[in-house]
Design a protein. Structure first.
Lengths: 182, 182
DNA sequence: ACCCACATGTAATGTGTTACATGATTTT
DNA sequence: AAAATCATGTAACACATTACATGTGGGT
């Protein structure tokens, strides 16, 4: 039920529509959670059934009515209980590593190109995170605790992408060296 | 359909029963893929319907018959086509980071203990990986390509866990420092 | 006596992805 | 004129988790 809790976490900051939430899950929240609008709308209606959130409908001219969601006292309590519970480290399923393992089935060039493509993707993400760091966390120690906690998520993103980059570089070296000798 | 391809990758090495595969997915394959025996048995019967694998039933005394799966020529071709296709970097959903973000809702001690617990988990995994490295990859450059590709997966695991550890340590410092001043 | 390894599966439920569906307003 | 933003949803399908279900043989 963690998507539900990720949504509640956003609603702790401010009331949101499904649309607003979808944007957040494509932005800052995507550092540790991803969800599409379909999932979000679905989950919001579940949460409303549970009375963990309530909503007010705001009529609009020329577009669909807006539904603004608000976390309830019950929702807040449930969220706090959830935070206290221990959790498992995330499990990842990595197609690229599987393809690398099968590298002997295709021409080396295919694998090298895919590695380079992934290296670029991680490079780009890292640069986005680095920019964020410089823009909003110049002097992190001076920030209030809440901001420092968000800074930790950003540091995790930076570390994760940095490690990926280093690995891609190393993998290209290993495969490149083999290409020269074999 | 990537679980299917992960299974086919295992079957490229040797014929396996569902039980054998489940063990591999708990062991070396878990570096980049996880699956339970229920999922594996299900997927094997799908793959057999598609004729990407075939099986021979081996009767046994005093225990259930064994079904030994073997990749077909069609399965092999499909696997090669799949390796050639580009893929997306993995997306992770990280409950711990979400809980950290909500750190102001509970006592600091709760978060610090959970961080320490995760640090221990990552430390343990890292030590398993380091042991594997010392046991099987003493002189990686001397190994054949296939073994070097597996070595790359191990290096990725080591890098991943190392980065996690560093982050946990940093997070404890940030929260610990705050505890002293606030 | 109890637990672990062997060996297979079904069923229910929960979660996530992709495709479909609509339609005005604002920006390029 | 085209594309992006705003704003909501349904439906089908794919994938994952948890619980249930069975039963032998070997080690502590």
């Amino acid at each position: 039920m963690a998507l539900a809790h990720a949504i509640l976490a956003c609603l702790m900051d401010s009331d949101c529509t499904g649309y607003d939430l979808a944007k957040q899950f494509n932005g800052s929240v995507s550092l540790f959670w991803q969800a599409t609008h379909q999932q979000i709308y679905q989950e919001l209606s579940n949460l409303e059934t549970l009375c963990w959130v309530d909503s007010q409908t705001i009529p609009q001219a020329g577009r669909p009515d807006k539904k603004l969601y608000h976390i309830t006292e019950l929702g807040r309590k449930q969220l706090i209980e959830w935070v206290k519970k221990p959790c498992k480290p995330p499990s990842t399923k990595d197609e690229l590593l599987l393809k690398i393992r099968l590298g002997t089935l295709v021409e080396r060039q295919v694998i090298l190109e895919e590695l380079e493509r992934h290296r670029q993707i991680h490079l780009k993400k890292l640069s986005v995170y680095q920019d964020l760091k410089h823009q909003r966390f110049q002097n992190p120690q001076a920030l209030p605790l809440k901001a420092q906690l968000r800074y930790l998520a950003l540091l995790r993103g930076i570390g994760y992408e940095t490690e990926w980059l280093a690995w891609c570089t190393q993998a290209v070296q290993v495969l490149g060296a083999e290409a020269a000798t074999n």
